[in-house]
Ligand binder design. Structure first.
Ligand code: 13P
Length: 254
């Protein structure tokens, strides 16, 4: 039986509470007929409460874009996994913007991963190579290192709560998408890595593609055997384009 797709929107630093309300009010009207794929929206922290009001009516899961590994203490500006519990089900970690703009290391990301698993929140671990690394034929080794370091110390049982997102840095926000072949090659590599490590769980772990995913390229990307959904930036900000991608996904795995 094939897995349900996960169609996830990462809003990044977009949409205040008022804009979040407008998004969900518009989205509500687009949900019939029922969507089969799992839908997830990751708004900024300050819009989570507002988005949570729509949980019941829309059945859309909520996620956070970041978390701190400690539960509480002197960490000015940070958000604890304990604060997110009950509010979100997923948390994005290791996004390339956090790695490159905020200097987050794989070791730090690994601490976040463990904190999330302890709090029974589902991590979405992002991995991906830069353009330079791709040109130097280092894409596979970069991904392998990010998996090794990011997933260090997790048990097979814990692995079943994982989602991995492959987001080639050169495709994020650039309008340039990985071809379905490039994306599938990396996804198949990730699946193989997971199979070696967690033979029982590997097939049920969802692997998302992210990087300029939109309705015009969703069909080809989501049809690849090892792509189980998308992590969508720009195209998730508009209800119509987000839902259109979900409907395309539904057609692929009916
Ligand atoms: P875009 O879809 O805007 O390229 O962003 C992708 C992304 O970074 C999602 O996390």
């Amino acid at each position: 039986m094939s897995k349900r797709f996960l169609i996830a929107g990462n809003w990044k630093m977009n949409k205040n509470a008022q804009e979040t309300r407008a998004f969900f009010n518009q989205l509500k009207n687009l949900l019939t007929p029922t969507i089969q794929s799992e839908l997830l929206i990751c708004p900024p922290f300050t819009s989570l409460e507002t988005a949570a009001h729509y949980n019941q009516t829309t059945q859309i899961a909520l996620g956070a874009q970041n978390v701190h590994p400690e539960l509480k203490g002197a960490f000015t500006g940070e958000i604890s996994p304990a604060f997110l519990k009950g509010l979100v089900s997923y948390v994005i970690i290791g996004h390339s913007e956090r790695r490159t703009l905020f200097g987050e290391t794989s070791a730090f990301i690994n601490q976040k991963l463990h904190a999330l698993l302890s709090a029974e929140l589902k991590p979405i671990l992002c991995v991906g190579e830069s353009l330079q690394e791709r040109k130097q034929n280092k894409a596979f080794s970069v991904i392998e290192t990010e998996l090794e370091e990011g997933l260090k110390g997790i048990s097979a049982d814990q692995a079943s709560s994982l989602t991995i997102a492959y987001e080639p840095i050169w495709a994020i926000g650039t309008g340039e998408t990985a071809t379905p072949e490039i994306a599938e090659a990396i996804h198949a590599f990730i699946r193989k890595w997971l199979t070696n490590r967690f033979p029982q769980q590997a097939n049920s772990i969802r692997l998302l593609y992210g990087g300029s995913l939109k309705s015009s390229n969703a069909q080809h990307l989501l049809s690849q055997p090892n792509i189980d959904g998308g992590l969508i930036g720009g195209a998730s900000l508009e209800p119509n384009s987000f839902i259109e991608i979900a409907r395309i996904a539904d057609q692929i795995r009916k």
